[in-house]
Design a protein around this ligand. Structure first.
Ligand code: SF4
Length: 344
């Protein structure tokens, strides 16, 4: 793990007062500054020392592509070592802004429906690189006159967050700490890497953000076809983990979300839906998000609106809260499963 910017600042200013160090750290996460030069509450020599040793940004935004509907922007970033990642800014009908962040360059999970999975894993992103996606998109909202504040963050971009546990945890600490975003407004979505899920149950440093499981099939054979990393016994292991999660995070608001991408002829039959109902009934405080599929070159096609609606109705008739997630940014390849670092 490389040093975070906070560690670099603390080392550089080790001879200064704790107040000055805190001031410098808070300046990085302030929405009002764009460079060390702007932080005029610090002396000029100190600003110059900081600028020489601590990068204000770890990413360069090379493209910001708005969707035709005006409710999503896809940002393509270049990292300092020349890799490309993508993030998405979305505005909902209430004018609230959400950023979907990436946690890795590429992804090793190789899900059959996902453009990122085709890239393979290149490397993990650092805590600063995850945080800087949100900082850069905040600046975009100012420069492009996008009304509203960024109030929500979802870890649903490129990469599997649980495979980059420490850096994701560090970014969560920044979001919920100096950046002031509430824990119920952040969702970490995972393909179900149980090692990471088990770890967070007893990790005092893990902020209690919401967790979403990318399920996509409630039987193991279908799930294995869609998500090849599905381990034998995954469904039962997930249920057992969810019981421990309910004990570790007993607040009512800490429900679990099951994400379910509806694919025509793959996981949208009546019997698939009943399997989903059966599984959801075994999990405490669960919600199901039904996700319309966005075209990639995977060969799958999305379920019809009727099929999506039927699935939702069955879940609700069984007493399970289900939402059809509105897809945003499909025309700019910014929707779920479409991010591939290509910027188009
Ligand atoms: S869906 Fe998520 S976990 Fe699966 S390959 Fe894509 S980025 Fe990775």
């Amino acid at each position: 793990m490389e040093n975070t910017r906070e560690q670099q600042i603390s080392t550089l200013l080790s001879q200064e007062s704790a107040f000055r160090t805190r001031q410098a750290i808070e300046a990085i996460y302030s929405p009002f500054f764009r460079s060390w030069d702007d932080v005029t509450s610090l002396s000029k020599p100190m600003r110059e020392r900081l600028a020489g040793a601590v990068s204000w940004n770890t990413l360069t935004m090379t493209t910001a592509l708005p969707s035709v509907t005006g409710d999503a922007w896809k940002a393509l970033f270049e990292t300092n070592d020349g890799n490309r990642i993508e993030s998405v800014l979305m505005r909902n009908s209430r004018g609230q802004l959400t950023v979907c962040v990436s946690t890795q360059v590429g992804c090793a999970m190789n899900c059959a429906f996902c453009a990122t999975g085709k890239m393979g894993l290149v490397r993990n992103l650092s805590q600063d690189e995850i945080v800087d996606q949100v900082r850069a998109l905040h600046d975009l909202t100012v420069d492009a006159n996008v009304p509203g504040e960024i109030t929500n963050i979802v870890f649903m971009g490129m990469g599997e967050p649980m495979a980059n546990y420490e850096e994701v945890r560090g970014a969560l600490q920044v979001f919920t700490g100096p950046m002031g975003i509430g824990t119920t407004r952040i969702t970490v979505s995972t393909a179900g890497l149980l090692s990471g899920l088990e770890r967070l149950l007893t990790d005092p440093l893990w902020p209690p953000v919401r967790i979403a499981i990318s399920l996509h099939a409630a039987d193991e054979a279908t799930r294995k076809r869609l998500m090849p990393t599905t381990a034998p016994g995954f469904i039962d292991d997930l249920v057992a983990w969810s019981r421990k999660y309910a004990v570790a995070f007993p607040e009512k608001r800490r429900h679990l979300t099951l994400e379910y991408l509806l694919l025509s002829g793959v996981n949208d039959s009546e019997s698939d839906t009943w399997k989903l109902v059966d599984l959801a009934r075994r999990i405490d405080r669960v919600r199901v998000n039904l996700i319309p599929y966005n075209a990639t070159d995977s060969g799958f096609s999305g379920s019809s609106e009727d099929a999506v609606r039927r699935c939702k109705d069955k879940l609700e008739a069984a007493g399970i809260t289900a939402t059809i997630r509105k897809s945003q940014g499909g025309d700019i390849a910014a929707a779920c499963g479409q991010l591939a670092g290509r910027g188009n």
